[in-house]
Design a protein around this ligand. Sequence first.
Ligand SMILES: [Zn+2]
Length: 121
Amino acid sequence: MLGWALLLLWRALLLRCPRCGKGKIYRRGYTMHEACPVCGWRFEREEGYWTGAMAVNLVATELVIVAVIFPLAVSGAPAAPMLIIGLPATVLLPILGYRHSKSFWMTIDFLLNPTPEMFNY
Ligand SMILES: [Zn+2]
């Protein structure tokens, strides 16, 4: 089970289909394929499916910002460096992490809701 989870996380990191690991999730830039070009796995499972990806993106952004800003705040650093780092990060990190948040969301869905059709490839 752990090996399978690590494999799925690796596929998510590489932006590959969680089912087969061969097909690319994105056509180019931020444009996704509707389904895997190799195995045909439909990426958007239902309407509103990507809401979870937005949550993944939000949580990841907040974790990174806290990991950077919290030590500065605890050390008594002046507010200016924290604002200079923190404010652009709140805008840029969700944009930079958008593609991977969808990929990791599909992996989370695979891990939490395994169905037989996931393994029929
Ligand atoms: Zn696939």
